[in-house]
Design a protein around this ligand. Sequence first.
Ligand code: GLA
Length: 434
Amino acid sequence: MADLVARFRDVFGDSGPVRVVRAPGRVNLIGEHTDYSGGFVMPMALDRAVRIALVPHDEPVVAIRSVQFDERAEFRLPSYGKGDGSILCEAPGGPFRPFDNAQGRPEVLEGRQNTPVPFSDAPHWLRYPMKVAEVLAEEGIVLRGFRAVVDGDVPVGSGLSSSAAYEVASALALLVAARPDVPAGLAAALAEAHGLSAERLAELCQEAEHRVGVRCGIMDQFVSLHGRAGHALVLDCRDLSFEAVPLPAREAKVVVTDSGVKRRLSSGAYNERRRQCEEGAERLREFDPAIRELRDVSLALFEARADRLPEIIRRRCRHVVTENARVLESAEALKAGDLARFGELMNASHDSLRDDYEVSGPELDLLVEIARGVGGVMGSRLTGAGFGGCTVTLARPEAVEPLRAAVLEHYPRRAGLEPRIWVSEAAAGAAVEV
Ligand code: GLA
């Protein structure tokens, strides 16, 4: 963190007080592709996060230097704020210009002088704070500009929700810039100072992600805000009620393995899966008008009516219906200390994602196969949306090194890719650090 503040001073030559916000990525233990059907999930916040160091200023401009992407860009704040009108504003998603000088004021680059650039030309990483600003402004929050440096250690495009972490960090940066009087502390207090609940803030960040182009569920933004150190969250994505269940760190480690296959969670396959779930729910509603989403479909009803669904829709629905049941059973197993059962359910989840939901791939399947062959590994599955990214493995502590050795021995040779493998601790949710 000290580094990020130093970096900020380096970029902007600013000696005033710098605020720092932090929002973690997540790893999902079980409950995949269920959140957008109102179902159950069990993620934990990661000890990896996106951090933003910022100083508010009086221009209605957010100017950001991204360390990870080695780029600088800025956008003007949108104009929906219902406040005292002290903010100069332009259209939402309005122009951005690269900036580059010590004061953090826009430097007009040749040929781009005051040229509005369409949203579709904005650097991908800038779109998240732009859309977060837009939804916050629509919510009636009076925003204030700032200059900032952003950095993070959540691998991008690896299924660990770097985008949700960035959205939540952006929201906190915008909220803290608008209310610099709010002291450091958990995100909920800052949200409350703006009349927002932390749940609402998660929903607004989810809406921002939709506007960037992915019709994601609520899981990632929610756990980034509500994560609890040492705990997994069992979250009901319909009413957002949740229970924090302790993870027995002395008996089991959560091992994340990055396949090295980059995933771009764009509108394509993910949104298609969501549409298929919606179609399944709609078709099954014929048999029970109380069905709103796949969350409402019991295993019994599904089995009785499965033959009425087109083949692909049937398999997509079978994944979601059985996965919801697995999450509830895993939560019971975890509370009862039955880690072996928890691991079996993780394995079943992966197999269902591979065969019925078809979001795995040869590399993820290979990582899972290697992990399952190691003694003391209780379960292993892909985590996040799939199509590349990471696996999550539950292993006895003494199995972690043999697991690492097995992955490093077999994976590069068979997949032609370098894996990264590490033990993750469940971390606390987003906060204003300074
Ligand atoms: C992505 C989405 C989440 C969720 C997962 C799959 O991470 O952002 O909402 O749907 O995929 O479980």
